[in-house]
Design a protein around this ligand. Sequence first.
Ligand SMILES: [Zn+2]
Ligand SMILES: [Zn+2]
Length: 341
Amino acid sequence: MLACRIHAKEDLRIEAADDPQIGPGQVLIRLGAGGICGSDLHYYFEGRNGSFVIREPLIPGHEASGVVAKVGPGVTRVKAGDKIAVSPSHACGHCDYCREGREHLCRNMRFLGSASLYPHVQGMFCEYFVMGERQCYPVAGDISLGELAFAEPLAVALHAVNRGPALMGRSVLITGAGTIGCLTVIAARLAGARQITVSDILERPLATATEVGADRTIRADRDADVLAAPQFDVAYEVSGSFAALKACVAAVKRGGTVVQVGTLPHEPLPFVVNEIMSKELDLKGAFRWGIEFDWAVDYLSSRRVDVRPLLSGQFPLQDAVKAFELAKDKTRSTKVQVIAA
Ligand SMILES: [Zn+2]
Ligand SMILES: [Zn+2]
């Protein structure tokens, strides 16, 4: 079978790999669609994602759907032929965080397609891969494998909204209109937000945000003054830009909340924090997701959430480099996926 491996910065190779074997409780999955995430782009174009540095070839990919090819002894949750969303989260299930229901903070987390541990935990950009059955979420209905691969990023957005205060009647700012920003628009809408404003520095992402439900869009590079006056109850900083975080701190009202969702640059940042004190802000982080993955699969498979406006293109695995190039170009794409040929 073929696997996509990042060896170093801008060194991505499509290589032959051994067909994986399954054991008891395990499921062999044929890749349906795998979304290229910001973290995958960081690994490919920089050789690192924040503080996680590539130290051996890494198969990227943690947003995937697939079809069950074969199940090992004892597997009851799925059967061959099932269409599934795949959870990339391997929490240990028995540390203190897992036991208090915050599995994404697990002390022994093995998250697929991540260089946070060494040896790295390999991801899903390959024709076949093996998962434990509890990571497989079977769905019925006509939802496509491409849409189903949005379960992971949608879970990120649902978790971000879940980390903030109740949104019924609230005014919301989202900085960054990429996939996670647009999915945060959808999540905030589901949670009852009254008005949703999205900022970005490019036209195309803002048009997409409008398409999925944003009420107002702002060009952060041109209309920075619009954000200068405190007017939002809650801000979600999704872009990973320090300037956007500063804008969020300035643009939320006294007593408001800023949720940091994007990955900020690795370098130490100068940060004037007095406003957090004087406006009595809550500054929170949102990292991955927990139970929200289950919710995401339900929202998608029932089409309560429609992610089709966000899917910009699909490429066979062999063309992964082209897929990464398109995914990086936000003037032309939102979410780009690789698919098994
Ligand atoms: Zn991701
Ligand atoms: Zn744990």
